[in-house]
Design a protein around this ligand. Structure first.
Ligand SMILES: Cc1cc2nc3c(=O)[nH]c(=O)nc-3n(C[C@H](O)[C@H](O)[C@H](O)COP(=O)(O)O)c2cc1C
Length: 237
């Protein structure tokens, strides 16, 4: 196809890293590529906190005990951010109310686009990484750790470094299970059965439960309370 599409299609999350650094110019390029993503009305309703010190990584690991957090050279913490908008309101002596689902979607989508751009840029330079959404399970403590003010909330982080593992690309759903022509086409259980078989073949001996069982378990869980508590505390809900 072309180099860009080949890079995108060869993505695979990396959770183990060599003890090697990402150079400063590379990190700068990764972050600038992230910020080149589109954003709602060009507001860039997110911020990125760059974590490189062992102390901060250890503190984050204490809250989110995933080995990638400790091993990564750099953690980029993506924060949904309407705090700057509050300063615009201050400038124009306007009332400010950031509460609501639409504002959360705006900032979460902006952050996700920037994050994916950054990930691809990192991969193009030979680095690897993984998104870590589990930071939201400790949203209150994570917000404290990074001194997040009102109107901001942690969404995900990306652990980045020089890969010490390489997995083959994980299979995706067949296109006709999620790409529809002209109108939505609700799927049947057969789609799920077929994708279970694909995922089982990919995972081989590593598989402990079916793909569909993991889905069921996700939706069986009570909603974790931290995100809502933090959003309320930071005047976003
Ligand atoms: C928003 C988001 C949050 C994620 N959170 C985690 C996480 O907390 N821990 C983890 O190991 N992987 C996490 N992942 C990585 C996914 O598990 C991974 O992308 C998925 O299994 C597909 O695998 P691949 O990225 O290798 O193609 C996350 C991915 C996304 C997009």
């Amino acid at each position: 196809m072309n180099e860009t599409i080949n890079l995108m299609k060869s993505h695979s999350s990396v959770r183990r890293f060599k003890d090697e650094r990402i150079s400063e110019p590379d990190l700068q390029a990764i972050i600038e590529a992230g910020s080149a993503a589109s954003s709602w009305k060009n507001f860039q309703s997110y911020s990125i906190i760059v974590v490189r010190s062992s102390e901060k990584k250890q503190s984050l690991y204490d809250l989110v005990p995933q080995p990638a957090v400790l091993q990564a050279d750099t953690i980029l913490v993506f924060v949904g951010d309407h705090n700057r908008a509050s300063k615009a309101a201050q400038l124009h002596q306007a009332d400010f109310d950031a509460k609501g689902t639409e504002n959360l979607l705006i900032s979460s989508v902006d952050a996700a686009l920037a994050g994916q751009n950054a990930m691809l840029a990192a991969e193009s330079l030979g680095y690897g990484g993984v998104f870590i959404g589990m930071i939201r399970h400790s949203a209150l403590a994570v917000a404290e750790l990074f001194a997040l003010p009102d109107y901001t909330y942690p969404i995900f982080c990306i652990a980045l470094g020089v890969p010490n593992q390489h997995f083959p690309v994980k299979p995706r759903l067949r296109l006709d299970a999620f790409v529809f022509q002209e109108e939505y086409k609700e799927q049947t259980v057969e789609t799920i059965v077929a994708h279970d078989a694909v995922q089982t073949e990919y995972a081989g001996a590593r598989q402990t439960e079916l793909w569909s069982e993991r889905l069921v378990n996700q939706f069986k869980q009570e909603e974790q309370p931290e995100t809502k508590a933090l959003l309320e505390k930071h005047k976003l809900l």
